[in-house]
Design a protein. Structure first.
Length: 278
């Protein structure tokens, strides 16, 4: 493969940071950007690089939700030691996150050759952008937005966590889009759906980044581009998280749906015209 330069890593870091938690598909945008820069989107080391720089965005989520994470992990540890602490909802939620992460881990390992091969095509990204837009639009319309974060249970966590598989198999569908849409269909309000999407995504995305690190370095991606891309994604993602939580408290997901449709149609046009390579 062609080496990813530091400048290209910076650009990809910005794209990752902006899009990781917005329901517009970070993987799709990264692949589109890679295609425009002439980087082979289906190269194993490129797939690994994008997974690694996601760790920067996840680190931003860890910092932003630090107090929540400390509270949940502390309750989980106390519950492991003392039986009387196990009635705490945070203790139960910690286990829900673990259970909800198992499906995507199993599918991710089993389908790795497909994810890094045929499913990495920009044709798949374009189609998934449009399909995900339809799902998001329907979820926002059909959901009753009447349940808050305190009303969630194991069933909600499992369904929302498992929906991440859609984005794993179909880059362009959007992990956050899939999880938020599922949460909305379960009648959660937009803020609760967004926060649940963040908290359930942290283990899976962190694990994917760490798992792919050896492939990214071993396949020719330099340490400097990895560090730069990860650092840039951290800074940009932190700002993106803060903005999104304020936005969904007052607005629907219509703007994201329209944006995804425009990008999907434009990508189909570019691919059809041969401007970028699938």
């Amino acid at each position: 493969m062609s080496d990813i330069s530091v400048l290209q890593a910076m650009v990809l870091g910005v794209v990752e940071g902006v899009t990781e938690f917005l329901p517009v598909s970070s993987t799709g945008h990264l692949k589109i950007t890679e295609g425009l820069m002439g980087i082979p989107v289906d190269d194993a080391s490129v797939v690994a690089f994008t997974a690694v720089i996601q760790v920067g965005a996840i680190a931003a989520a860890l910092v932003y939700f630090f107090s929540d994470i400390v509270r949940i992990v502390s309750a989980w540890v106390r519950g492991l030691v003392r039986r009387e602490e196990r009635h705490n909802r945070d203790y139960a939620f910690a286990w829900w996150v673990v259970y909800a992460t198992i499906p995507i881990v199993v599918v991710g390992l089993a389908a790795k050759p497909l994810i890094e091969g045929p499913l990495a095509s920009l044709w798949v990204v374009a189609g998934s952008l449009l399909a995900g837009s339809a799902v998001m639009w329907l979820a926002d319309r059909m959901g009753r937005h009447k349940r808050g974060e305190a009303d969630t249970g194991l069933k909600d966590a499992m369904l929302v966590g498992s929906s991440q598989i859609l984005a794993l198999l179909f880059p362009g569908f959007s992990r956050s889009g899939a999880t938020m849409s599922t949460a909305l269909l379960l009648d959660l309000d937009r803020v609760a759906a967004t926060r649940l999407s963040f908290l359930l995504g942290i283990p899976a995305l962190t694990g994917a980044g760490l798992y792919e690190l050896k492939d990214a370095v071993g396949a020719g991606v330099g340490i400097a581009p990895l560090v730069v891309g990860t650092a840039v994604s951290f800074v940009v993602a932190y700002a993106s998280i803060a903005w999104l939580l304020r936005y969904v408290a007052r607005h629907s997901f219509n703007a994201f749906v329209i944006y995804r449709i425009v990008v999907g149609v434009l990508l189909f046009a570019l691919l059809g015209a041969g401007v970028i390579n699938a």
